[in-house]
Design a binder for this molecule. Structure first.
Ligand code: NAP
Length: 254
């Protein structure tokens, strides 16, 4: 039995990735604050299960309860492979350093860094105890590797995720465990997060006009395209290398 745990499945990239797993006949467990009735319908018509675990990842006790629920669901029916896509994420606070609010920074890092780290930690523990293969994708961003005015917290969090991915993969390989742990950078995608970015003030985010232009010129990819590229990568075990940070731009032709 195969399961896919997708965080942030209610909309955007996570919804599209969950949809692709359902299409492949894989049972999906979604984690977010809001549920998604379209995924529920599509799972019904494909004859697979879709279970939504309502969880605010910014809240530590909800996160720990959520992890418990998700792992119970994913391991109860003799799972032999569990996919985990750590996709849920936020962009705010978008502010230059010197004008950051402590609560916004803490909330951001809890969602974008602590939650994925703790989910991976628990999944690897379960997988190694129960002879389950884990395939883990941490959704990252090109911002992890470049300096963007106003995005210090977001860039730092994604850089942490890249390093965490590489370290977790290295440790599992050293222990002789055959899991796959990668990071995947989706490029610029037409989601609510991009809407939020475009609504920033120029004093908070110097590049805002370029992001508005990119949208006007049709330069954003659809979440469905991103999900298809990721699933194609996961379907190529002969080429996929654990520990790598994959970039969508390197995997598509245009
Ligand atoms: P989005 O449309 O804003 O969706 C964000 C998802 O995260 C939603 O499903 C949301 O669910 C969930 N989420 C947010 N806060 C949460 C919380 N406190 N608890 C639980 N779930 C929460 O964003 P997106 O563009 O699809 O982004 C998905 C991932 O791609 C993120 O990691 C982002 O950093 C990365 N990314 C996006 C782009 C881009 O151009 N869009 C580029 C590079 C990387 P609820 O609101 O229902 O909780």
């Amino acid at each position: 039995m195969k399961y896919a745990i997708i965080t942030g499945d209610s909309r955007g990239i996570g919804e599209a990735i969950a949809g692709q797993f359902i299409k492949k006949g894989i049972h999906v467990i979604g984690v977010s604050r809001n549920s998604n009735s379209e995924l529920e319908q599509s799972a019904k018509s494909q004859g697979v299960s879709y279970t939504h675990v309502r969880c605010d990842l910014s809240n530590e006790s909800e996160l720990m309860d959520g992890i418990e629920q998700v792992m119970n669901l994913a391991t109860k029916n003799e799972a032999d492979k569990i996919y985990l896509v750590n996709n849920a994420g936020v962009i705010e606070p978008i502010n230059p350093v010197g004008s950051l609010e402590a609560s916004a920074v803490t909330r951001h890092l809890q969602i974008n860094v602590n939650a994925p780290i703790l989910l991976v930690d628990r999944l690897l523990k379960e997988a190694n105890q129960n002879d389950i293969t884990a395939v883990i994708v941490n959704i990252t961003s090109g911002a992890a590797e470049k300096t963007v005015h106003g995005w210090s917290v977001y860039s730092s969090g994604k850089a942490a995720i890249n390093r965490f991915t590489e370290t977790a993969s290295y440790e599992q390989e050293k222990a002789g465990n055959k899991h796959t742990i990668i990071a995947f950078s989706p490029g610029v995608v037409d989601t609510d997060m991009q809407g939020e970015i475009r609504s920033s003030r120029e004093e908070d985010f110097a590049d805002v006009e370029n992001f508005k232009k990119l949208k006007e010129e049709g330069g954003l990819r659809s979440p469905e395209t991103v999900a298809q590229v990721l699933l194609k990568l996961l379907d190529s075990p002969e080429t996929i290398q654990s520990g790598q940070v994959y970039k969508l731009y390197d995997l598509v032709e245009d």
